[in-house]
Ligand binder design. Sequence first.
Ligand code: NCD
Ligand code: ZN
Length: 364
Amino acid sequence: MSIKLINPFDAHAHFRQGETLKNILPYTMNQFSGALGMPNITPAITSLIHLQDYMDEVLQYVDEDRFMPMFTFYLSPDLNLEELEKAWENLLFHGIKYYPKGGTTNSENGELGFENVAHILSFMQNRGIPLLVHGECPEIDGELVDDFEREARFYEYEMDALVKHFPHLKIVLEHITTREAVNFAKAYSKQVKATITPQHLLFDRRSLFNYNEATESSYTLNTKKSGIMPDFVCRPLLKHQKDVESLRNALIWQVKHGKKVFGLGTDTAYHAPEKKYCECGACGVFTAPIALELYAMAFDQIGIINHLSVFACDVMPEFYSVKNSLPAKTVILKKEPQQVKESYYGAKTPFAGQVIPWTATVVD
Ligand code: NCD
Ligand code: ZN
């Protein structure tokens, strides 16, 4: 069995900075024709000068005939509308990302809700600039929200009001994990797209504690090991098996109705081992080296492997109007076993050291 992907695109990647950027960006550049880099670096990208500095930093490692890096601003009341206007006209960025304050890695500059940024959202709506949403609310009216319920609560509390106020704002619901988010995406599919990560399609929250390394999505009791598995800790957290089913059903719905609402965004989030494997370890799952193989596993399990091309190459590139400007790259996915490396710069991907059933090869 083999699947051909022409110009696969990752709509949600963490390129990182410095030595980490240099080390890990090649994995995303290898599998994808382009990727949208997130702005939660330090300092966060909240001004044009920050953006340009970061673009320069990233571009020194990129062969632009093979890979198109794309960029985002960090949603903040401090964003300057004239700068945004200029940067948008010059195609320097493709969206502005909302982070819930205190809800994930480098989110201390984020907002709780959209009140303080209404003027920016209104500008974005007028100009057609997409809002990218990390859809979780860590807190409502000063009350801490249960970590596993943050996404569902966010869609109830924030998003209905947002689309009512801004009915023409283009929105991407990033890394969705729950039935609530799926339903929201379907209900507002005129103005909304949603990305899904490989980990949220393959694993449920049992992987956080007792992971028996099943490749066919069946969990068995691990009688030898039971403990925290830091490699599976990310925001939003892995959810209940029922939520995984909701994501899988969303894809089946998309295939059945010929829709383009749900697309590929890995949220690949490398962390150095000393930040990840420690007390209060960082959140993020690193998937870049085998991202397409992981999606192939999930799509194969769901029985929709032929839909992977639409999900990976059409939905988000069309939304960002880059479908015809991505550099040419053809990837063949074959159902041939592959041994996954033990680690990459000290970080483990899912299935590290094990054999997975799919192999991606860049042929052109
Ligand atoms: C991301 C990171 O490490 O930058 N972590 C994560 O768990 N997904 C931040 C984010 O996308 O929320
Ligand atoms: Zn992310």
